[in-house]
Each structure stands twice: as C-alpha cells, then as structure tokens.
Design a protein around this ligand. Structure first.
Ligand code: SAM
Length: 249
C-alpha cells in the first residue's frame, strides 16, 4: 500500500513551510488540494510540478474513494488545504477515516496552524484549552453555542470571519459579560499581524474604533470561566452572576 501524507502549508508567510513538507510534496505521486488554483500558486512558488487534483467539502466522499483506490495500488498521495493544517476547520476527515478503515498508512507532518499560533502568543492559560473552530453563522445558534461554553474553565479558541467579528464580539459581551480576558490575533504571520488584548469590552472597543481591525483572518482566544463555584453553581446562575457583577460598584 501507499501512504497518505497530511501536509500543512503556510497561513500567510510562505517561509513557514517546513523542509519536510516541501520534500514530501515533491516526492508523492499526486497532491489532493482544497482549491487547485490556490495551491497551484504555492506549488509553482516551490517549483513543484506534481499532479494536482481537487478534494473539497463538496466532493470529499466520492473523491476519497478514488484516493483510497490509488493508495491501495501503492501510490503515495499528499493532502493539503488552502492554508495551515488540513482537517483543522478544513476537509480531510472523511479521507483519513477511510484510509484508517482500509489499513492504509497515514502520516501527518507538523506545521503551521492558525489556532496554535494564536494560542501560543495569547498569554492566556494553555494547560487546558478547547478549540471551538467556527461558531455557527446564525445568531440564535451562535448564542446557544456560547451559552453551552459559559461555565467551561478551559481557554476557548475560535476561528471567526471578518464579516461576523462585530456581531460575534457583541454576543461575547452579552453571553460571557464584558470583563473576561480576550485576545484577538489577526493576519498572523502576515504584514499586518496584530494582537488586540484586554477585557472583551476593551477588545470590542478597539475593533469598533478602527475598521481595519474588522478585516483579514482572525483567531479569538478567550479566557475560561473562573474555576471557583464550578461544581455548585448551575450555568444559568453563573451567567446571572457574571452579568450582575458588571452592575455592582
Ligand atoms: N487549516 C487552517 C489552520 O490550520 O489554521 C484553518 C482553516 S479555516 C478554513 C480558516 C480560518 O483560520 C480563518 O477564517 C481564520 O479564522 C483562521 N486563520 C487562518 N489563517 C490565519 C491567519 N494568518 N491569521 C489569523 N487567523 C487565521
């Protein structure tokens, strides 16, 4: 059997691809990419002219079967996504699952990942954290998701789209209260890399004051709930307490 390689690509700065990733992309029989036009540019930059085909959200199940077929015939294939580590808020899960089911070797290479980058620079506890990926786009579902996280004491990490950052911060204030510590990492590894930090209300004020802060790619790193009272206070009571605390002198 061949081998499926999971290969991270840069999240902005092209120098962030590892030597091993380049060697692997050069050595495989074919490369499966989320967007062949986008990845074609990276491969051209690296001087790699391997076969490139599309494996994205909409064709993953069917394409995965074809990839498994090729792997069973002994070919080796690399999976890449538009940016960062495949399978992290990106396609690949179905393919890896099928490879495991067929006994095909899967090798993941370490490399760029936006949430690890943001988390390691945030200055919030990293001993326990939860990667929450993208929040639901619909306001009601988003708030429900946040309510479910209210008493979670772990640092919470989210991906957010620039179109929704203002609404998302408003929901953070109403669900978690204004005082929790928040770090917003934006355009990481790129020219306009920025970290905004402070209470949720302070970060919100900075984002509202400067429309440039509403652009680009973003990771939100939010402090977990205070560990106290976790066992004997219900999430609803904790929420009331958090909101009340803001109105006390
Ligand atoms: N697979 C990627 C990874 O390993 O991080 C994530 C892919 S997901 C479709 C894209 C989201 O990741 C963006 O909306 C943003 O939240 C985050 N992201 C990607 N690149 C980023 C960057 N340079 N700075 C900040 N956030 C980034």
């Amino acid at each position: 059997n061949g081998c499926l390689y999971i290969v991270p690509t840069p999240i902005g700065n092209l120098a962030d691809i590892t030597e091993r990733s380049v060697q692997t992309l050069r050595a495989v029989d074919a490369i499966a990419a989320e967007d062949t036009r986008h990845s074609g540019q990276l491969l051209q930059h690296l001087g790699i002219r391997n076969e490139l085909f599309a494996l994205h959200e909409h064709n993953e199940r069917q394409r995965a079967e074809q990839v498994v077929e090729r792997l069973l015939q002994g070919q080796s294939i690399a999976l890449i996504s538009d940016a960062g580590t495949p399978l992290i808020s990106d396609p690949g899960y179905v393919l890896v699952q099928q490879c495991r089911a067929e006994g095909i070797k899967v090798v993941a290479l370490p490399g760029a990942c936006a949430f690890v980058t943001a988390l390691s620079a945030a200055g919030l506890p990293t001993d326990r954290f939860a990667f929450e990926g993208f929040l639901p786009a619909k306001p009601q579902q988003r708030r429900k998701r946040l309510q479910g996280l209210l008493s979670d004491t772990r640092t919470l990490v989210f991906y957010e789209s620039p179109h929704r950052i203002v609404d998302c911060l408003a929901d953070f204030v109403s669900e978690f209260g204004a005082e929790r510590q928040l770090v917003l990492g934006r355009e990481l590894t790129k020219t306009f890399e920025t970290y905004l930090h402070g209470s949720i209300a302070e970060v919100q004020a900075q984002v509202l004051a400067d429309s440039n802060q509403q652009r680009g790619e973003m990771v939100l790193v939010l402090a977990g709930a205070a560990a106290v009272a976790e066992d004997d206070v219900t999430p609803q009571a904790l929420r009331t307490l958090t909101l009340l605390r803001e109105h006390l002198p």
